[in-house]
Design a binder for this molecule. Sequence first.
Ligand code: HEC
Length: 115
Amino acid sequence: MRLAGWGLVAVLALAAATRAGAADQAVGKKVYAERCSPCHGDTGDGNGPAAAAIKPPPRNFRDPGFWQGRTAAQLKVTVRDGRPGTMMSPFAGTLSEAEIDAVVAYVATFGPAGH
Ligand code: HEC
């Protein structure tokens, strides 16, 4: 009975881990829609409703060139600390670490596969 109990715990833990992955994607998408798409655009092309008024313009995540030489760690620093002198403001404090990780992962889905 004891062993069967642990088996059940393992199955439940696995189920929870799988669900957490799906939740992160949903979180990333939601955070992006609420906080990033006004500038970076729903499709990540840098053409959100606010983009025309912004200099320098928001980045286009659909441009394969954008992904050359940029790592997820660098994108995370940008989202956390912002880019001084631009409209890209820091999201530390507004978003949790987990939300920043989730939105960076979501932004990566706009890049070419395997970038
Ligand atoms: C008010 C407009 C605005 C909003 C909102 C905004 N950004 Fe930006 N973002 C910019 C601008 C402008 C730049 C270009 C900065 C530069 O030229 O260095 C930029 C650049 C970036 C970059 C690229 C930095 C690099 O390596 O060149 C990333 C990644 C990014 N934003 C992610 C996000 C994410 C994720 C969100 C939402 C949590 C977000 N941005 C919200 C305006 C915005």
